[in-house]
Design a protein. Structure first.
Lengths: 390, 298
């Protein structure tokens, strides 16, 4: 177990700033995910931690020791690579044993440790198999076993589940969490898969354009995103334009209806803002547009139904504002509403629907919309994705 | 009468059987090619090597060269020449291939691959002429060097000798090595080195435990290809030495076309010896390739 600190770490490739002034402390035994779109600097940060890339400035500190100038093979870290990187000329046993062999551990100790790990990861039956003889899931387990065999102070996981199918991915997620908890290894997981990050991490670092967008527990970054980027990147999020009526009272206005919403306090009066609300928080109504028991309502026409399993997502185009409905606001993008699939038949495409926006489940943020933020990053998903099961 | 449901495709859907039939039909030209240019000549060679070319009677005397050290000289020369050319070609070719991969510039890799493809196929009389014109007794480079006080012939170098042939063979063996080693070198994943490194391995430990074992198979496979390539070469050696150096292909040619030493039976027997060596090289290479392909699959 080790405490990892990344202090003011910056990396440039030519004119491009890959990582900018990155600061983070990962506590003993903590599992922290770097989450962000491709090109946001998460893998570069991981590679600087491992020593494969040298930071232009800043330092990597483990247990108070500055590792920045220490070569990779002396850092005592373990790493699982995106494509496993198992040595193809070695069996599962030999792969797991490799790190111990180069450390010249006694043969008996090596054999005992390898046997223990193969058992722990359920690999005993493929101990003598070569990587090409194993399934993707088995290869991934061997890669994990190999990385932890040397009892690393810090374990680095670079998109470890990206090459396995959905079912195996879910199994391995649980296994990684179990293994990290059991062995108590300080772990950094790099992923662009929000559900992966949210489901197994103690904390999530949301990254965008080489910088930390925000850090928080999975519940915090999902339920209370502090930026439009986080809101748009993690799960599906509706963005409803509102105007701040009173920042002091946290009062916002939309189409002549005023409500008190979390997050609005402190914003400048008259400022345009966004009310963020998850699709699963919206409640279909049969009432009209306006304010209902202190909540906002929206009405529109159902354009598309998307079956998601237990729920069905309705995409609604909101009706334009009528005369006398207050100052003009930017148009709302399609509103996503998740309803139980059993009742989705009540709102076929083309039907009218009113939904309640419960303010207690929403959050107001200032600034540009998530869509605009996402457009700055080429590979950010353009459409809302399925919310994770947290 | 044979039922339509007999045979290996019995029970298979009709569409599958039709596809199987079409595939077999498409193989007919290939089968004709293999039959006409491999099977028939091989059978003719084997038959001819056990029969007296004058009387047609069965004999083992065509293989008497196997017991006579003097008659084995062409084999010894061919083996030595091929070995030397293979070693020279493989070492230099491997270094060049590694340099190309390390450059990480696609344009360098493209140019090198194109040049190697051309050079590896530039052989025979044109190559012999090119070398004669440059490194022959009165070749351009020979004369230029002599004018500058360097006489390569005085040092014992003769183009029309085994050493000269080694240099000429290296001309296509080096690019051939580049061509065959580039794919395995390019298939080496940087993450293997990084994985070894983070597990605590030094550069040498990575090379010894991972890189060399992985590359050993394609390397040996390439050596076999180079060796077979050099062993079977005829036109370049003949064009350069006009039969002055005794090599197996040249001896076969002499026995086939010569007025004095004409003996088709012995030529066939020598050709069988050459074919056996080639078959060992190519067969071993095929076996090694299978393992290499699995390891270096992307």
């Amino acid at each position: 177990m080790s405490r990892l600190e990344l202090v003011n770490v910056t990396k440039r490739f030519g004119d491009q700033v890959a990582v900018s002034d990155f600061n983070l402390t990962v506590d003993d035994g903590e599992l922290v995910s770097f989450l962000g779109p491709s090109g946001c600097g998460k893998t570069t940060t991981l590679r600087m931690t491992a020593g494969f890339e040298a930071p232009d400035s800043g330092s990597v500190v483990v247990d108070g020791v500055d590792m920045t100038e220490i070569p990779t093979n002396k850092r005592g870290m373990g790493m699982v690579f995106q494509g496993y990187a198992l040595f193809p000329n070695m069996t599962a046993t030999e792969n797991v044993e490799f790190g111990l062999a180069v450390r010249k551990r006694p043969l008996a100790d090596r054999r005992a440790r390898v046997a223990e790990l193969l058992e722990l990861f359920g690999l005993a039956h493929v101990a003598g198999s070569y990587p090409h003889q194993m399934s993707g899931g088995q290869q991934q387990r061997v890669a994990l076993a190999r990385a932890v065999a040397i009892q690393p102070g810090v374990l680095l996981l670079d998109e470890p589940l990206s090459a396995v199918d959905a079912k195996v991915r879910e199994e391995l997620r649980t296994e990684i969490r179990r293994m990290v908890t059991q062995l108590g290894i300080t772990t950094i997981l790099v992923t662009h898969d929000q559900s992966e990050a949210l489901s197994i991490s103690d904390r999530v670092v949301v990254m965008n354009r080489g910088a930390i967008e925000e850090v928080g527990t999975p519940a915090q970054v999902y339920a209370e995103p502090r930026s439009a980027f986080t809101a748009g990147f993690i799960g599906a999020m509706n963005e409803i334009p509102v105007r701040i009526v009173s920042g002091a009272q946290g009062l916002v206005e939309r189409r002549g209806h005023r409500v008190t919403a979390p997050g609005a306090a402190g914003l400048a009066d008259g400022e345009l803002a966004l009310l963020l609300v998850r699709p699963e928080s919206l409640e279909p109504l049969s009432a009209t547009n306006g304010s209902l028991n202190g909540d906002l309502t929206l009405t529109g026409q159902v354009e598309v139904q998307t079956f998601l399993g237990a729920t069905t997502r309705l995409l609604i185009r909101e009706f334009p504002a009528g005369a006398g409905e207050g100052p003009a606001l930017p148009p709302t993008r399609r509103i996503a509403v998740d309803v139980p699939s059993a009742s989705a038949g009540r709102w076929p495409a083309g039907s009218e629907l009113a939904v309640r926006v419960p303010v207690e489940a929403s959050r107001v943020i200032a600034g540009r919309s998530a869509a605009e933020a996402a457009r700055q990053t080429p590979t950010t998903p353009a459409t809302p994705t399925t919310p994770p099961g947290v | 009468m044979r039922s339509p449901t007999d045979g290996p495709l019995a029970g298979a859907p009709i569409a599958t059987r039709r596809r199987g039939g079409r595939a077999a039909f498409a193989l007919i030209p290939f089968a004709i090619l293999v039959g006409a240019f491999l099977l028939v000549p091989t059978v003719a060679l084997v038959w001819g090597s056990f029969h007296d070319s004058n009387t047609g009677a069965f004999t083992l005397s065509n293989y008497s060269y196997l017991g006579d050290p003097l008659d084995l000289v062409p084999f010894r020369n061919s083996l030595e020449l091929s070995l030397a050319a293979t070693i020279l070609g493989s070492v230099v070719g491997l270094l060049i291939a590694q340099a190309i991969v390390s450059s990480r510039r696609p344009i360098v890799q493209e140019i090198a691959t194109t040049f190697s493809s051309v050079a590896a196929n530039f052989a025979g009389v044109p190559l012999a002429f090119a070398f004669g014109a440059t490194l022959g007794l009165n070749g351009l480079i020979t004369v230029a060097l002599k004018n500058n006080g360097i006489d390569i012939n005085e040092g014992g170098f003769r183009l029309r000798s085994l050493m000269g042939l080694i240099v000429v063979y290296a001309y296509w063996e080096i690019p051939l090595m580049v061509l065959v080693m580039l794919p395995p070198l390019q298939a080496m994943k940087p993450s293997w080195r990084e994985a070894a490194e983070i597990l605590g391995a030094s550069r040498w430990q990575y090379l010894r435990s991972v890189a060399i074992p992985i590359l050993m198979t394609p390397f040996i496979s390439s050596l076999l290809l180079l060796y077979a390539n050099a062993f079977g070469a005829y036109a370049t050696a003949y064009g350069l030495t006009t039969g002055f150096v005794s090599l197996v292909p040249i001896e076969i040619s002499n026995l086939t076309n010569g007025d004095v030493s004409h003996n088709l039976g012995v030529a066939d027997a020598l050709a069988i010896g050459l074919a056996v060596i080639m078959a060992i090289c190519i067969g071993s290479r095929a076996i090694l390739e299978r393992r290499s392909t699995r390891w270096l699959a992307r």
